[in-house]
Design a protein around this ligand. Structure first.
Ligand SMILES: CC(C)(COP(=O)(O)OP(=O)(O)OC[C@H]1O[C@@H](n2cnc3c(N)ncnc32)[C@H](O)[C@@H]1OP(=O)(O)O)[C@@H](O)C(=O)NCCC(=O)NCCS
Length: 168
């Protein structure tokens, strides 16, 4: 049997999955708390109303590993309006952070989630996938850079850097 982790994404439905996400803990850090609040509170549902897909990721035993999200957005890059796919939030259960150990970044649970979101972005045919990441969020920043995301020179009003992955 393969020792590689396997995850599958299912569409988040608040009415069906409220209890499942109530048990998700993305870690007791500033970023972990933000992610947990995002999926448990109103922001995930508000994001869905704007066209964002919110995915819950389950492991081989159907345990909740984490979540990801991807939707439409418009940014201004170098003075030009650009339509792109955008990742509003990713969160990994603290029990699965850094796991499995001693595998390539793309085979960790975090990498599997990012790879799935990139695949979904490619299917939309946009040239860019964007997200916001605070430079102090070291784990997230390293993860995104490993996948080829580049920092733009701009930030939002909260110090989060605009980052993009070129898809074509
Ligand atoms: C961001 C997140 C998905 C990353 O997943 P993870 O499993 O914790 O991180 P990874 O194991 O993929 O690690 C990525 C890199 O960061 C490093 N890292 C992990 N935690 C770290 C920490 N606290 N401090 C410094 N480096 C850290 C890892 O060693 C790895 O680097 P390496 O490959 O050079 O060793 C996860 O931490 C998470 O859900 N965090 C809370 C929510 C969040 O921040 N979402 C993103 C918002 S932009």
């Amino acid at each position: 049997m393969s020792s590689q982790p396997h995850i599958r994404g299912i569409a988040f439905v608040r009415s069906a999955h409220a209890e499942l996400v109530a048990g998700l803990d993305c870690g007791d850090t500033r970023w972990g708390n933000l992610a947990t609040e995002w999926i448990q509170g109103p922001r995930a549902v508000r994001s869905q109303a704007l066209g964002t897909q919110v995915l819950l990721y389950l492991d081989h035993a159907d345990l909740l590993v984490g979540f990801g999200s991807i939707g439409p957005n418009k940014w201004t890059i170098e003075g030009e309006p650009v339509e792109l796919r955008y990742i509003p939030m990713i969160g990994l259960a603290s029990s699965h952070q850094g796991k499995p150990e001693h595998v390539a970044f793309s085979e960790k649970f975090s990498g599997l989630i990012v790879a799935d979101l990139i695949t979904r972005a490619v299917q939309f045919g946009h040239r860019l996938l964007g997200l916001l990441c605070h430079p102090d969020n070291t784990a997230a920043m390293k993860l995104y850079v490993r996948f080829g995301f580049e920092q733009l020179p701009t930030s939002d009003g909260f110090g989060n850097r605009h980052m993009v992955l070129r898809l074509s």
